[in-house]
Write a protein that binds this ligand. Sequence first.
Ligand code: MD3
Ligand code: FE
Length: 205
Amino acid sequence: MIVLPGGVRRYPGYLDRAEQEALVEVIRQVVSVAPLYVPVMPRSGQPMSVRMTNCGMLGWVTDRDRGYRYQETHPVTGAPWPPLPPRLMEIWRDVGETPLEPEACLVNFYSDEARMGLHQDRDEREFSAPVVSISLGNACLFRIGGLERKDRTTSVRLESGDIVVLGGDSRLLFHGVDRIYPNTSTLLKNGGRINLTLRRVNPAQ
Ligand code: MD3
Ligand code: FE
């Protein structure tokens, strides 16, 4: 485990190749029930370049009229999200350093052209639990800032199989994905990158 600026914990190569392949299969199952969709930004209605879906009791969604929020159902199909796969629960228990259970797993799919602008994750009602991030597929250039948008930032390259834990003082840091590095992994046949973020949304009880 390596501690990055701001107290972000990184586990390089946490998942070996076989575990990464198994997790991709698990995510394919999730996507077959809860298809990836194009999220749009509040007010502007601008589409994001990342495609998304979720598993767990709650999922993070965004649309023009109702904005960023967690809800129990898929915004396109209306169906409940598929359950959190056991392997993801196990990873959360191993690295999360929290007694709380995860409630949501946001699945982000990046094409090699996709990006995610600098933002904070603050739609949750509980910040004592971390956000646990799992990277699969092509490498990316990840940027971590401070508690204010204007703060200086540090860039880190994340590889397939890496896990990053944003807990404690790092939970509310600004962060984003500046670029995907094409052809840096053979895990996903059609390229791109998958990021899974496990989250606790509600306070205990
Ligand atoms: C640092 N996803 O879905 S995960 C997101 O790679 C998101 O898809 C990125 O940001 C991705 O909201 C980054 C790593 C991450 C997640 C939450 C953080 C880094 C964080 C919260 C605070 C600081
Ligand atoms: Fe985020």
